[in-house]
Write a protein that binds this ligand. Sequence first.
Ligand SMILES: [Zn+2]
Length: 197
Amino acid sequence: MKILKVGDKAKAACETCQAFTGITYQLRDVPFSDGSGLTKNILAGVCDVCGAVTVIPHQSTPAICSTLERQRKAVESRLPAHMLDILNLVSVEVGGNAALVPQIVKFYLHALSNQTLSPVGLGHYLSTDLASGKAEKRLSLKGRYVAADIEVLKQLTSLPSSTDVVKSVVLKINDDILVQHKEESIRYLSNLVAAAA
Ligand SMILES: [Zn+2]
């Protein structure tokens, strides 16, 4: 792949000019085709005649992908306050802090959905005392796999809602770490937290 630099010249078809024109590679803010946002300051081929962006070179693709990922919507769950307290305590237990709570939940969602950890009995946690309580706090999970992992877990557990899946996962984390002190799970999370810290 030829790496292009700002100021490099080429020829391309310009839709605005309806002609084959000279282009110069320059840094431009380029909107997504669906209008949902834009990627700032990426290398683009700009028509020398009318100034329209006519070419997005391959080397600019990773920058566009990372913008798309950043603006991807988070999965929001409303949970009873004590569930956030559980997650904060778990994080501290494995050497982290409150800021690493989303990573811990995402790790569990992923490990349960690909069955590295067994999802059997996950739904059972929802009938325990800790499952009740007014949902007054918000947990925001953002990441490439979150939505898909939750969908898989809905299928595997027959739980109807994303919030139910997240609640049951929080209570499993509680059971594994704070109640049963499962060595393997603590080791997983300690490594995860160390890598993210
Ligand atoms: Zn043009």
